[in-house]
Design a protein. Structure first.
Length: 384
């Protein structure tokens, strides 16, 4: 018992030390040149004179006073740093009584810049967020910077759909502490990316138990919670750059058993993944993964191949358009066979995916996706 206490204390200290390594830095920029064709609209002006947006986002309706101030013209790029941000190219301008119709199309960040360099890093949980619970009866979320804490107790499968009987259920219960940071370093020259380095750090502390009460063949996933971070703003020279990260957490179970089974694991993972853009326009991924764990007991029927997992997806849209994203999946996998010398084995696995949609960043740049930038699997326990 004393040894378990010491291990748990060391794990908590390790998690805290890892969190403290990250600091929030302001934007660094050098000789940013914003072309005259880029029209940065003040948030107060947009709030005062904006009227409506077409259902397909192809047109803005504004009061003529806004046009009188900014003199919008075809070919200009309009940038607004409000809420989730707006970045659009004007294709036509029409006056209609006392209102102005601005027809717009998609464009990219580099189209709005001529030259410059910016570097920004921050921790998401230091930013006020909006939380949506998808399993409100079973999930509790609290923000205690620098981490987000999620508690859960979810019935993943119920054979008779009767909540008053539990001998036919599969449940996953426990908690997770989540700390998410990201770093963006880029430079633009002649409206093209000269350099770009995107990095995300996702640190997780997961205490999770799975209980399978009877034989099953299951493949089920539930969304627990979505955390929206509205309007993360920074400036590149005089250009407001806006992203609105979204963190989504899922629980899942899949596999088969011919009887009851259970697992219980405490683990911490420190996942760093990133993408670097080469001068030739090719994305190069990189990663670093660390895993600390302790098992708290497992049991299994004579035949089993079943796993439970928690998935975290972090999307980083710019100006409401898809950008980078990162997904991690932490799995505990229980295998059992009565013919083995050791009747069961318990594995920990971890996978990470990183990708980027580039249209909002630079037109013509290749999208990128790699689903195994981290791929980890280790047997951590076995039993008679």
């Amino acid at each position: 018992m004393k040894m378990k206490t010491i291990i748990a204390l060391l794990l908590v200290l390790s998690f805290c030390n890892c969190v403290q390594e990250s600091v929030i830095n302001p934007v660094e920029f050098q000789e940013f040149i914003i072309p005259s064709s880029t029209r940065v609209v003040e948030n107060n002006d947009w709030a005062a004179y904006y009227i409506d947006t077409a259902s397909d986002d192809s047109m803005f309706v504004v009061e003529s006073a806004l046009y009188d101030k900014y003199k919008f013209q075809k070919g200009q790029i309009i940038v607004i740093g409000n809420d989730q941000g707006i970045l659009r190219k004007i294709t036509a301008v029409q006056r209609q009584d006392e209102t102005i119709l601005m027809f717009v199309d998609s464009t990219s960040i580099t189209d709005a810049m001529q030259r410059g360099h910016a570097h920004w890093q921050t921790r998401l949980n230091d930013i006020e967020s909006s939380i949506v619970l998808y399993k409100s009866n079973y999930v509790e979320v609290s923000q205690q910077p620098p981490v987000l804490e999620i508690g859960f107790d979810v019935v993943m499968d119920d054979a008779d759909a009767d909540t008053t009987t539990t001998n036919d259920q599969i449940t996953i219960s426990g908690s997770m502490r989540l700390d998410t940071m990201f770093d963006l370093d880029f430079s633009v020259d002649n409206r093209l990316l000269d350099m770009c380095d995107w990095e995300a750090n996702i640190n997780q502390e997961v205490d999770m138990s799975m209980h399978v009460m009877k034989a099953c063949d299951v493949n089920h996933q539930v969304k627990l919670v979505s955390i929206q971070y509205p309007g993360v703003h920074f400036t590149a020279g005089t250009l407001p750059v806006t992203m609105a990260p979204i963190v989504t957490v899922w629980l899942g179970v899949s596999g088969t058993t011919n009887g009851a089974a259970q697992t219980s694991i405490y683990r911490q993972t420190f996942t760093k993944v990133g993408l670097q853009l080469t001068p030739s326009g090719v994305w190069i991924p990189y990663s670093d993964f660390r895993n600390i764990y302790t098992t708290q007991g497992s049991s299994v029927a004579s035949q089993a191949n079943i796993q439970s997992y928690v998935t975290v997806t972090v999307d980083f849209p710019f100006y409401q358009q898809p950008g980078p994203h990162v997904t991690t999946r932490l799995t505990q996998e229980l295998l059992g066979n009565s013919t083995w010398a050791r009747r069961w084995e318990l594995y920990l696995t971890a996978k990470a995916e990183i990708g980027i949609k580039t249209a909002i960043i630079q037109a013509g740049l290749e999208n990128y996706l790699r689903d195994d930038v981290v791929a980890y699997r280790k047997r951590i326990a076995q039993g008679p």
